[in-house]
Design a protein around this ligand. Structure first.
Ligand code: ADP
Length: 778
């Protein structure tokens, strides 16, 4: 698409739109719908619809989109990512692509990072769509607590043309929707187009975060404390190795020897003992990769995770696959109960289910390579409406944290005396508290952003542009909210951003700097960093380490080029590592996604079954697989095994002691089971005595079987993923290994599922109380 040319044509037509009455302008929606149906050239449709929405924005929201905003809107419509600086009006820009995509594709979603922002934009902007005759929904979770989840309410939201929603709410809705027990409880109609606000935060920073619906408690392992005791006997680099930059740990030959001796068992690496080995690795990981008060805190005898980006306590979020319990063992608190995962999805997989994606953010061009590779999304940079007046001062590099912070505080004092507003960015919660203390000692009043709610955070950030206002914040806090300057603070020189550490990636750094000098206002940014910054420590070279050791009592600013270079280098290394990690997750996710698709298709088939006969046939068709795999697994095909099968899957009370000679072939056995199953199922049918209810019962039995089999599969895949990482040591590609194992496991669970289907139908206990059927599954 030639954006400039399109802009010119939109400008011409916009002029005409101004002359229309409100009625005429609003009727354009129907005209456009017709034109789209008649397959009028897409260019003409874009030009017209953008001009219509532009003019509607002027009339309804009292804001007229600028040329730059139209260019941004075109990029978004084109299914690309637009880099649009803070304060340039992303919410307004999004109205044009959302409007047209909903006309052409169906449901258009505006996805934000939290419910607060989704609601804010819905309230602020949503009315323009209504004015134009489209339906728009507030998709945030504003059900009162205790209120039952209502499919009907959700249905109404998801049937709107345009939906404002947060990625978390959308994700959980998606999971719940996937577990519906009746066709009419499906509430998500279709995921057509999504425009992601702060797209880098969603698709990069939070992409791997799995959303999880958990169910019943798992059988608890008792290895956690033993493993934790054992690893205290091990020596790093001798018994085990730890790769700091990749966060990987594994036992060496020596370590394995120790393990065997300690547990006096020679075959510990045998499949059946793998669980023990796994707990040892978990314990090592808990000790080496997760730090108390940085990654988690211990509060009232509980281990609580901290958000790595802003240090907030993540209530209700636990690490998966036993890592949480391993930390609990390390901290000597009681191990919490691990729950089964019923369903889960990562944000990246969620968004890859949309027919089309696009996104916007102030700082995303630097991540273009990755976005193209993983999501096939190119990034276009949109010029700011007014030229930037921001001055970025060269970073001041020190040797130690102490001297660095002293210098930063001096600068802060200087700026504060000028009455300019200040935003101070800390790399960690600890530093933010230290800075707060230093400001306190200087009697400088300030806000420390460690609020627990995004509402409060956004309020503070919004007011951080007032005269003399000082805000200390971790890098990501309050993202998505614009800092508005007052007239007086503009006159004093605008916002000054002081960054007090080399941040782990350039985007986060640019995001922080971008707070200053928005919409052509004046502003400055200052950076203070030291060789003790966490990211430098992580990637420090020998040369730099020697320099540090020699000079660590010096207050001087680092001048040596060779040493200065290590700051940028560490940032690049950290970005590359995060990139590799995300690519890996995409690859693992892809394998999971393929399997989930099959499961979803099976589920859908069941939901669509129309009569009892069809349902019974489907269930019966599982008998051969179930029986064959059972008999095969049980070595010899004796009568005893066959009887066991019937007892396990068809009838607890099966009595026949001697089978007739005729049951000597597998086929004969299958026929026998089929007939027997039929008598069993007929008993249930008579008991329920209502065709509709009976069909519902059969369907629920089948869905339960599928869901529980999938839950087992997810659990097994999580373990396998863990295992294959250790095969990397043996020169095997972990992803290929994972794929192979995942396939085997899938086949295995598929076979088990056949049996489970039979058991659910025939072994369930039924009772009817006050006309309500209660089913107890085996
Ligand atoms: P961003 O999300 O890009 O940081 P916002 O959408 O929060 O920006 O918009 C920043 C401010 O600019 C808001 O107060 C908005 O109302 C205002 N604004 C955006 N576009 C226009 C426009 N074309 N005319 C007038 N005000 C605008």
């Amino acid at each position: 698409m030639n954006y400039k040319k399109m802009l010119k044509k939109i400008n011409d037509l916009s002029f005409y739109m101004k002359s229309l009455t409100d009625e005429e302008l609003r009727s354009q929606t129907n005209v456009l719908k017709r034109e789209i149906k008649q397959k009028k050239s897409s260019q003409q449709v874009i030009i017209k619809s953008f001009s219509v929405v532009r003019e509607a924005n002027r009339r309804v929201l009292r804001m007229y989109p600028t040329d730059e905003q139209i260019l941004g809107a075109l990029v978004l419509y084109d299914g690309k990512i637009a880099e649009i600086k803070t304060g340039e009006g992303k919410s307004l820009i999004s109205t044009m692509p959302l409007y047209l995509k909903s006309l052409i594709m169906g449901h258009a979603f505006l996805v934000t990072t939290n419910d607060y922002l989704a609601k804010r934009d819905y309230v602020r902007i949503g009315k323009v769509f209504e004015w134009l005759g489209l339906s728009v929904a507030d998709g945030t979770n504003n059900f009162n607590s205790g209120e039952e989840f209502e499919a009907n309410k959700k249905k109404k939201i998801y049937s709107a043309d345009i939906i404002y929603i947060s990625c978390g709410t959308l994700g959980f809705d998606f999971l719940i929707n996937g577990l519906a027990e009746r066709q009419e409880n499906h509430f998500i109609s279709s995921l057509d187009f999504a425009l992601l606000d702060e797209v880098d935060e969603i698709l990069l920073d939070n992409a791997q975060q799995p959303l999880i619906i958990s169910g019943a408690p798992k059988v608890q392992s008792n290895y956690f404390h033993i493993a934790n005791t054992f690893i205290l006997l091990l020596k790093m680099d001798i018994d085990y190795e730890f790769n700091n930059s990749e966060n990987q740990v594994w036992l060496t030959e020596k370590g394995i020897e120790k393990l065997k001796n300690y547990f006096s068992h020679s075959n510990l690496l045998d499949k059946n003992y793998f669980s023990l080995y796994q707990h040892i690795i978990l314990a090592l990981k808990a000790h080496h990769t997760l730090k108390k008060n940085k990654d988690y805190v211990v509060e009232n005898g509980q281990v609580k995770l901290l958000d790595s980006k802003d240090g907030r306590i993540l209530d209700g979020t636990n690490l998966q696959s036993g890592l949480h319990q391993a930390i609990e063992a390390k901290e000597g608190v009681e191990c919490s109960q691990e729950n089964q995962i019923i369903s889960s999805i990562t944000l990246q997989n969620l968004f890859r289910t949309f027919r089309q994606l696009s996104g916007m953010s102030g700082t995303v061009k630097v991540a273009e390579e990755e976005l193209i590779q993983t999501y096939n999304l190119a990034v276009k940079r949109i010029k700011t409406h007014k030229k930037s007046n921001r001055v970025d001062h060269a970073p001041q590099k020190y040797i130690t944290t102490q001297y660095k912070l002293n210098a930063a505080i001096k600068k802060i004092q200087e700026i504060h005396e000028m009455e300019r507003p200040l935003l101070i960015i800390a790399g960690s919660v600890e530093t933010s508290e230290l800075l707060s203390l230093m400001l306190h000692n200087l009697a400088i009043p300030h806000n420390l952003l460690n609020a627990k709610s995004s509402v409060k955070e956004s309020e503070i950030i919004k007011n951080a542009g007032n005269l003399k206002s000082v805000t200390v914040s971790t890098s990501m806090a309050g993202r998505g909210t614009d800092i508005k300057l007052t007239k007086e603070s503009i006159q004093k020189g605008g916002l000054a951003v002081v960054i007090t550490e080399r941040l782990a990636n350039q985007r986060v750094e640019l995001q922080a700097k971008g707070r200053a000098g928005r919409q052509g206002e004046p502003g400055d940014t200052f950076v203070f960093e030291s060789l003790e910054d966490e990211i430098i420590r992580r990637y420090i070279s020998e040369k730099v380490q020697t320099y540090y050791d020699k000079n660590k009592s010096s207050e001087m600013i680092i001048k040596k080029r060779l040493i200065k270079r290590c700051f940028k280098k560490a940032q690049i290394l950290s970005e590359e590592q995060a990139f590799r990690q995300r690519v890996k997750t995409v690859q693992y996710d892809e394998i999971l996604k393929i399997q989930k698709k099959k499961v979803d298709a099976d589920r859908q088939k069941i939901l669509e079954i129309e009569n009892v006969y069809e349902a019974i046939e489907i269930i019966k068709s599982n008998i051969p697989v179930a029986l064959k795999s059972y008999l095969f697994d049980q070595e010899q095909q004796s009568d005893a095994k066959f009887r066991r099968f019937i007892l396990d899957y068809i009838d607890y009370n099966f009595k026949l002691t001697k089978f007739s000679r005729e049951l000597n072939s597998t086929n004969k056995k299958i026929e026998f089971v089929q007939a027997y199953f039929e008598t069993q199922i007929n008993k249930k049918r008579e008991f329920i005595n209502d065709n509709v209810a009976f069909l519902k019962y059969l369907k629920i039995c089948m869905l339960k079987a599928i869901d529980s089999s999938w839950s087992k599969q997810i659990d097994a895949l999580n373990q396998i993923r863990f295992v294959v990482q250790h095969r990397a040591v043996a020169q095997k590609d972990p992803i290929l290994e994972f794929e192979k194992e995942a396939k085997n496991l899938y086949d295995l669970h598929r076979k088990e599922l056949s049996g489970l289907l039979l058991a659910n139908v025939s072994l369930s206990l039924l009772s009817i109380n006050k006309k309500k059927l209660t089913v107890t599954f085996p």
